[in-house]
Design a protein around this ligand. Structure first.
Ligand code: ADP
Ligand code: MG
Length: 252
């Protein structure tokens, strides 16, 4: 299963956030997406899950349907104050295995309990999520992904503001997912983590700066090019005429 982006251009109010992005995420492997703030990293993931519509180009999911994608948004976009238990939160990962009335099956409960044990929260099942630390809550969200059992896993800054011990434990899960042939794509900022756990890297700054084996992508020259691109980009940059024309042509 390979995930491919073809000439992908995505805009907010007609200003392209990313444009002409083409490439392929290595199937069954882990790819890091790195780049400066505002580079379009989150935009790419949101387009992959179908939350944003491309102006031009497309995402090819290689036969995986959108509901088989596990997606973890940036922490700021998740409401942690909900009055739900840890176990129920993890169980929502099983919704697509559930019957018409949404009843969890015995094996879903077992999978949720196993996943909680795997992230070190076996004793926390009945706690309200509002009582957890940021690191514990992130463990719960990773347990939820385990229950989802998805072939494609997208993580947007999963370790930002997360303690070192939790980060270490959750990176071990990322490694396990690769061993299970799942395709993992994660937005990250820590290059040491990327080098150790992610064999492939997409360096993005509105466009692809480099995409390939991590050691070849994370070079000083490439990183400088990436920051220069974003520094010279203005929010009010003219709309991309080429994409505009392509988008018009794409109208039915
Ligand atoms: P990254 O995740 O790499 O920091 P984003 O994909 O979030 O970058 O954003 C890329 C660009 O698109 C930024 O310039 C950002 O300001 C802009 N952008 C993101 N979301 C929106 C939005 N909802 N409305 C308008 N502009 C947005
Ligand atoms: Mg982002």
């Amino acid at each position: 299963m390979s995930v491919r982006l073809s000439n992908l251009t995505v805009s907010y109010r007609r200003h392209p956030a990313v444009h002409h992005v083409s490439g392929e995420f290595a199937a069954g492997q882990a790819t890091a997406i790195v780049g400066p703030n505002g580079a379009g990293k989150s935009t790419i993931l949101k387009t992959m899950i179908g939350a944003l519509r491309p102006d031009a180009g497309r995402v090819e999911l290689g036969g995986v349907s959108r509901q088989h994608i596990a997606y973890l948004p940036q922490a700021a976009q998740i409401d942690r104050s909900l009055p739900v238990s840890v176990l129920d939160t993890v169980l929502t990962g099983a919704w697509r295995h559930m019957g018409a009335f949404g009843a969890a099956r015995a094996q879903d409960w077992q999978a949720a309990q196993d996943a909680l044990a795997a992230v070190g929260l076996g004793e926390f099942a009945q706690r309200p999520v509002s009582a957890l630390s940021a690191g514990q809550f992130q463990r719960v969200l990773f347990a939820r992904i385990m229950v989802q059992d998805a072939p494609l896993i997208l993580l947007d800054e999963p370790f930002t503001a997360i303690d070192a011990r939790t980060t270490h434990d959750l990176l071990a899960l990322v490694r396990r997912w690769q061993a299970e042939q799942r395709t993992v794509i994660a937005v990250l900022h820590d290059f040491a983590q990327v080098r150790e756990y992610f064999p492939h890297t997409l360096l993005l700054s509105r466009e692809v700066v480099a995409w390939g084996p991590t050691a070849e992508v994370l070079t000083e020259a490439n990183l400088q090019r990436a920051s220069a691109n974003v520094a010279h980009w203005h929010e009010q940059a003219p709309v991309c005429r080429v994409d505009d024309a392509a988008a018009q042509e794409a109208q039915p």
